[in-house]
Design a protein around this ligand. Sequence first.
Ligand SMILES: [Zn+2]
Length: 222
Amino acid sequence: MVQAASVFLIVLGISAAAISADEYTSEACDCVRTGKVVLALSHPVARLDRFESKTGNQAALNWVPTADERKWVYLVIHHSATNSGSVDAIHSEHRKRKDSLGNPWLGIGYHFVIGNGSGMEDGEVEATFRWKNQIHGAHSGSAVHNANGIGICLIGNFQDKQPTSKQLKAVTNLVAQLSKRYQIPARLVIGHNTVKPTACPGRHFPLQDVIRDSVTDGKLNS
Ligand SMILES: [Zn+2]
């Protein structure tokens, strides 16, 4: 597995040494870290059909990864806890961070960011390099969830206010697409606060409504 992962990264032009195992336990939000390190449990799988291209969903076409897809298990929802933000701004900020071993992060810890009109368009969905290259996230503080979970961050502080209607529409559509593609059931579409004690994604984020309107596995919360 490790050897295969190294080859995978070298193909991407990323030095395997540049990715420390410790980044698996990193997170984008300000929370206490867990100490346990588990190497990648997911792995590249054969490339599947293009993202929902048959449905004519043009937005979804932008989410087609450029690398072989991993077998994703979780969808982990976050808020940025800021009033504004963008992929570029978060990427710059996260590149300044170092893990507990002193190694710099690769960059933005999430796989997708959804804008709120301040820094990005309201409801705009942008995939990050982690999604395009199908590599682990650095968003949950949990090794298992970083290795196997797709990290989605909505710009905003939902402890203070609700997401915009365009953001809710966008995240519902994104969760619908991803949960369907990777056969992720409702119970594995989770907020960051399910992984560990944190306010993220905020008390005003209507996660159950998003799940109800997006995941159709018939086993809501089972
Ligand atoms: Zn979070």
